[in-house]
Design a protein around this ligand. Structure first.
Ligand SMILES: [Zn+2]
Length: 480
């Protein structure tokens, strides 16, 4: 059978399973999972608000990680802290035996995005980080879902192991990649996650592969006026490099994204700079494309160094693989989205959202809590990368999005922080926890569904050797 036919066969098999799963005996257990989330709602929202206010950035999420790990421990989970060489990474488990279902949580904030939970732009603490990607909601909702499953297990209604992964630094080095290298996901049957969004939907579009590296140039210093002929400028090399990279833009696929910032560009004009440094990210819809691009970029750096009579060095810092979407699993997730129905927002919440939209120059459409219809994935993902991508090549990984922000309002920006600290974000959080928990009930209850998800994963990863982009050793805790 060719791949396409085989995938179609798997899909048909799953479609015939889903109606029984959704409307069968497990519905009662899903209702109990939902009730458990309602019971713990105030605590989970309280945790999210604390993480929101702490707003700790990548690898510095000490108090945020502790809040979630302590809560999991109080609820009866066994918690292993400081895993994979990262003090802010942890794994919380409950139950025993198979299946082993994992759920991923994040809690890192973004530098410089501090914002009050209000519809006007105003920092809570000027210059401080803020939750511009809604990870305060992400981590707590995932933990809430794990807790609902734990409650069902404790009552003897589900069998197996539930594992919550506290995964730091999604916005920087990609903590999950280091956790993969420690083998922390390898015995999972299925893994779940979600992400805050301006829509409520299954995530079938995937994400881009990325490589993150530093380019350094070393030249020779001299007095810029007295004896410039003795100098060899590292900044000249850097300028040749960026000229080369920017010229290459014309000759790459439309799926490619290249961006950089200059970290060191000399100190004063009257000294020929001996050192220059640039931070660069290359992305494409597939890892192979990124590898190829990196090869071309290395040659540009060598060429730039040659022209400036300097030396060049490229150091890989991090990178993510593209996300491998599991359509069989996403169908199960979708059936639970439709089972729960839309997120209802109040007139005040809609007005709050419209105020933000007017302030950011987008159409004041308010919030969209409806469940987006099932649609075929696009051939290439939209711009953006995540370390969830790497996990998806180790274990079948299912993801969804819940509305936590106004339609089309800018992301990685103050509107996301504002909504993530009030009732709009809270509603998305509680909703996501319910979808994840209901989907996990399906997985714990139905071995056939798990087998179909794994069959698709096996088919799609056949012959693939996963090799992370990360360098040896634990990630550096030094702020870059
Ligand atoms: Zn994010």
């Amino acid at each position: 059978m060719n791949i396409r036919l085989r995938s179609a066969a798997i899909l048909l098999a799953v479609l015939s399973i889903i109606p029984q799963v959704v409307f069968g005996a497990s519905v009662k257990k899903k209702e109990e999972a939902v009730a458990s989330i309602e019971k713990h709602k105030a605590e989970i929202i309280g945790l999210s608000d604390e993480v929101w206010a702490l707003a700790e950035s990548a690898l510095l999420e000490t108090r945020s990680a502790k809040l979630l790990a302590d809560y999991a421990e109080r609820q009866g989970f066994t918690v292993e802290r400081g895993v994979a060489g990262m003090p802010t990474a942890f794994v919380a488990s409950y139950g025993e035996g198979r299946p082993i279902i994992g759920v991923l949580g994040e809690y890192d904030a973004l530098p410089g995005l501090s914002q009050k939970a209000q519809a006007e732009k105003e920092a809570l603490e000027p210059g401080a980080p803020g939750h511009g990607c809604g990870h305060n909601l992400l981590g707590t909702a995932a933990l809430g879902a794990a807790l609902a499953i734990k409650d069902l297990m404790a009552a003897g209604k589900l069998k197996g192991t539930i594992r919550f992964y506290g995964t730091p630094a999604e916005e920087a080095v990609g903590g999950k990649v280091y956790m993969i290298r420690e083998g922390l996901f390898k015995d999972l049957d299925v893994c779940l996650t979600w992400h805050p969004d301006d829509k409520t939907r299954v995530s079938v579009d995937g994400s881009q592969a990325i490589v993150d590296f530093i380019v350094e140039f070393k030249g020779r210093t001299a007095h810029a006026a007295a004896d410039p002929w003795n100098g060899r400028s590292a900044v000249a090399a850097l300028e040749f490099f960026t000229a080369g990279l920017n010229r290459m833009r014309e000759f790459v696929k439309p799926t490619v994204r290249m961006h950089y910032t200059i970290l060191n560009g000399g100190d004063v004009p009257n000294v020929v700079p001996a050192y220059a440094r640039l931070w660069c990210w290359l992305r494409d819809s597939k890892g192979a494309g990124v590898e190829q691009l990196l090869g071309r970029t290395r040659r540009i750096a060598e060429g730039a160094a040659l022209m400036a009579e300097a030396e060049s060095k490229i150091t890989i810092q991090a990178g993510d693989w593209e996300t491998l979407v599991n359509m069989t699993g996403e169908k199960v997730m979708f059936s639970n989205l439709t089972w729960l129905g839309p997120i209802a927002f109040t007139a005040e919440e809609q007005e709050f959202a419209k105020k933000i939209q007017r302030a950011t120059g987008v159409e004041p459409k308010g919030l969209d809590g409806s469940v987006q219809p099932w649609s075929a994935p696009k051939p290439d993902p939209e711009g953006g990368s995540t370390d969830v991508g790497d996990v998806s090549w180790i274990v079948p990984t299912l993801s969804m999005n819940a509305t936590t922000s106004p339609v089309d309002a800018p992301w990685h920006a103050w509107p996301v922080v504002a909504c993530g600290g009030m009732s709009i974000g809270h509603k998305g959080l509680v909703y996501a926890a319910k979808v994840l928990a209901a989907t996990m009930v399906d997985l714990f209850e139905d071995a056939k569904t798990v087998a179909a998800i794994q069959a698709e994963f096996k088919e799609k990863t056949k012959g693939v050797v996963y090799k992370p982009f990360i360098p040896a050793g634990p990630p550096s805790l030094v702020k870059r």
